[in-house]
Design a protein around this ligand. Structure first.
Ligand SMILES: Nc1ncnc2c1ncn2[C@@H]1O[C@H](COP(=O)(O)OP(=O)(O)O)[C@@H](O)[C@H]1O
Ligand SMILES: [Mg+2]
Length: 330
């Protein structure tokens, strides 16, 4: 197998606050291959966005990477100077956020923004860059692109604006796209279109995609593999079919029992009793132990390590064949 586009190794992210150090990401590892969509799912506050921010080198203060490594196609990127990281963000990693207006400047015509981005990264003439921009708008499904290119962001609907953002992300042919809840703000019917567009583009361009969402329905229909996050760890990761059909971690089992389809505007909240702990109150042992239907003594004292089980990697003592040392409890 060729080298992954993104490789995250034992990543730790902390927020240093007056009340102490909060561990938002507590040792996660995953890869994304060329052309692959990795879905990252989990309840609000699980650490999905912080993981994406760490990869693009934009963790909000007072956050910091406290350990681990991030590699982009063989280049280590977690320890670069801000200027070097800015260049990588512009050129090698594309970003799509929930609100398209995070990425679009309302004061400029969409064409100006596309053309400027293209010209920053290529030596195309203005006319050639405009032609390329129209091609990209066509590719992302904007009707009458040779007219719409001269429109302002506010003249586009939410779904069309997100298509423009995707075109903007594609301008530089990035190796990796981080899409953080890209459809959450859109109508349900539009959500499915944007998701299938992303999936198709990833395949056509060989882009690796990290698709962050709290919506299992989106993951089931889009991702090749899925990482289930809970309180700063990856509870389970594996091929999407296997994890959806046969979830191993009790938390994934709860999530999979709550898959809404894209066709319904169902309440997307997970039906697992209890709530995810705040960062300041993560229990010792397994962070899921207060809510886990399968909890046993070991879960209260020992943090589960990730265990390979068939195609899954799961952080749960249920799957550990090592005997539990009861003396550790005493
Ligand atoms: N700037 C910040 N300061 C302190 N805590 C933060 C900050 N940003 C995120 N967090 C905390 O990190 C955890 C993970 O957040 P986030 O990655 O945004 O979750 P989500 O999975 O919903 O995207 C949450 O507990 C959140 O409160
Ligand atoms: Mg988030």
């Amino acid at each position: 197998m060729s080298e992954p586009v993104l490789s995250v190794r034992d990543l730790r992210v902390e927020f240093v606050t007056r009340r102490g150090i909060l561990k938002a990401i507590d040792g996660i590892s995953f890869d994304i291959a060329k052309g692959e969509v990795l879905g990252v799912v989990g309840e609000s506050g699980a650490g999905k966005s912080v993981t994406g921010s760490a990869v693009i080198g934009l963790i909000d203060l007072p956050g910091r990477i406290a350990g681990g490594e991030i590699w982009l196609s063989g280049t280590r990127i977690d320890n670069l100077r801000p200027e070097e990281m800015r260049r990588i963000r512009g050129k090698r990693i594309g970003m799509i956020f929930q609100d398209p207006l995070t990425s679009l400047n309302p004061l400029y015509r969409v064409g100006e923004q596309l053309i400027e981005t293209i010209q920053t990264h290529t030596n195309l003439s203005a006319a050639a860059a405009r032609k390329r921009a129209i091609e990209l708008l066509t590719e992302v499904g904007i009707p009458a692109p040779e007219k719409r290119i001269d429109g302002y962001p506010h003249e586009f609907s939410g779904g069309m604006r997100q298509r423009v953002v995707i075109a903007l992300a594609l301008c530089v042919e990035p190796e990796l796209i981080i899409a953080d809840e890209p459809t959450t703000a859109l109508d349900v019917s539009v959500q499915a279109q944007i998701i299938s567009l992303l999936k198709r583009l990833g395949r056509d361009h060989g882009t690796a995609i990290m698709l962050v969402t709290h919506d299992m329905g989106v993951i089931a229909e889009t991702a090749d593999r899925v990482a289930v996050m809970y309180a700063g760890i990856i509870a389970e990761i594996g091929p999407v079919r296997d994890v959806v059909r046969n979830p191993l971690h009790p938390y994934s089992r709860g999530l999979m029992g709550a898959i809404p389809t894209l066709a319904t505007d169902a309440d997307r909240l997970v039906q697992i009793p209890g709530a995810m702990p705040r960062l300041s109150a993560i229990p010792p042992g397994c962070p899921f132990n207060p809510r886990c239907p399968n909890v046993f003594a070991r879960c209260h004292v020992e943090r589960p390590a990730a265990i390979q089980r068939d195609t899954h990697r799961v952080a749960c003592h249920l799957y550990d064949e090592e005997p539990f040392n009861t003396e550790a409890v005493a």
